[in-house]
Ligand binder design. Structure first.
Ligand SMILES: [Zn+2]
Length: 233
C-alpha cells in the first residue's frame, strides 16, 4: 500500500496498479481507476502545471504516435480519436470530464505518478478529473485536463485498496521534490536508508506547514515516517 509522497520504482508502480504501465495516460484500469504519469523535469515532453498550493494539476494531453507520415508528432494536433476511429486516451479522459461537467457521472478518479529521475517515481495521490478542454499551443491544438486532489477517498475506490490520508497533504511541486532529493542525497535524513523513502512534510499541511518550500520537506524512510506520525497524533 502506498501513500502520497512515497518514492517508488517503476516496477513497484506497475505492481501497485496490476498492469504494465507503458503509456502516460491510462483510462479506467483495474478497479475503475485511471492512472496518469507526469514529469515536470526540464526536458519533459509535456507541459504539466501545478496550481493552488498543489491541490490542482493541469495535465497536458498526449501526442499521436510517431509514424512515417508524422515523423514529428509535436507539429500535429493532439487527437481525440485513434486512426482506427476509437477514442484515444485524450478522447476517453475528455469525454469523462465532459460527462462530469454535464452532471451525467461522478468525476473519474485518477492516480497520479510523477517521474523524478530515471527509474525513480513519486506517488502524488488520487485526483478527480473535473474539466477538460482543447487549446492552441505553438500553432497546434492540445488537450488540457484539470484534476483536483481528493481529500476523501470515495467508497468505490476505498474498497479496492485502503489508502490512509492522515495528513491532508498537498502535492509537492516537482522543483521542490528535486531540490529536497538532491539536498538529502536520496536518503532518509535520520538513518541514511535508501529504501521505501517518502517525501515528508516537516510541519504537516494541516498544521500550517507549506508544500511549496524545500525547508519544510524532507526525505524519511518508511520506519521513521511511521514513528514520526505516531508522535504527532
Ligand atoms: Zn530512516
Amino acid at each position: 500500500m502506498i501513500k502520497p509522497g512515497d518514492v517508488i520504482s517503476y516496477l513497484e508502480m506497475c505492481t501497485e496498479e496490476g498492469v504494465n504501465l507503458q503509456r502516460g495516460m491510462n483510462y479506467n484500469l483495474l478497479g475503475n481507476i485511471s492512472v496518469i504519469l507526469m514529469s515536470l523535469r526540464p526536458n519533459a515532453p509535456y507541459s504539466d502545471k501545478i496550481e493552488e498550493e498543489g491541490r490542482i494539476l493541469i495535465y497536458e494531453g498526449h501526442d499521436i504516435n510517431k509514424t512515417q507520415d508524422t515523423p514529428i508528432p509535436k507539429l500535429v494536433d493532439q487527437q481525440m480519436k485513434n486512426p482506427s476511429g476509437t477514442l484515444s486516451q485524450n478522447g476517453l479522459f475528455y469525454k469523462a470530464a465532459q460527462n462530469y461537467q454535464k452532471g451525467k457521472r461522478a468525476a473519474a478518479a485518477v492516480r497520479v505518478y510523477e517521474k523524478l529521475y530515471r527509474g525513480i517515481w513519486v506517488y502524488n495521490g488520487i485526483f478527480k478529473l473535473i474539466d477538460a478542454w482543447q487549446e492552441k499551443a505553438d500553432d497546434r491544438k492540445v488537450f488540457r485536463f484539470k484534476l483536483e486532489l481528493i481529500e476523501e477517498i470515495p467508497d468505490r475506490i476505498r474498497n479496492r485498496q485502503p489508502e490512509p490520508i492522515l495528513e491532508h497533504n498537498r502535492m509537492i511541486p516537482p522543483s521542490v521534490k528535486l531540490e529536497v532529493w538532491k539536498r538529502d542525497k536520496g536518503k532518509c535524513v535520520l538513518c541514511g536508508s535508501t529504501y521505501n523513502l517518502h517525501f515528508d512534510h516537516i510541519i504537516p499541511f494541516s498544521k500550517g506547514g507549506s508544500s511549496l518550500v524545500a525547508e519544510n520537506i524532507q526525505l524519511l524512510c518508511a520506519r521513521h515516517n511511521i514513528s514520526k506520525r505516531d508522535k504527532i497524533e
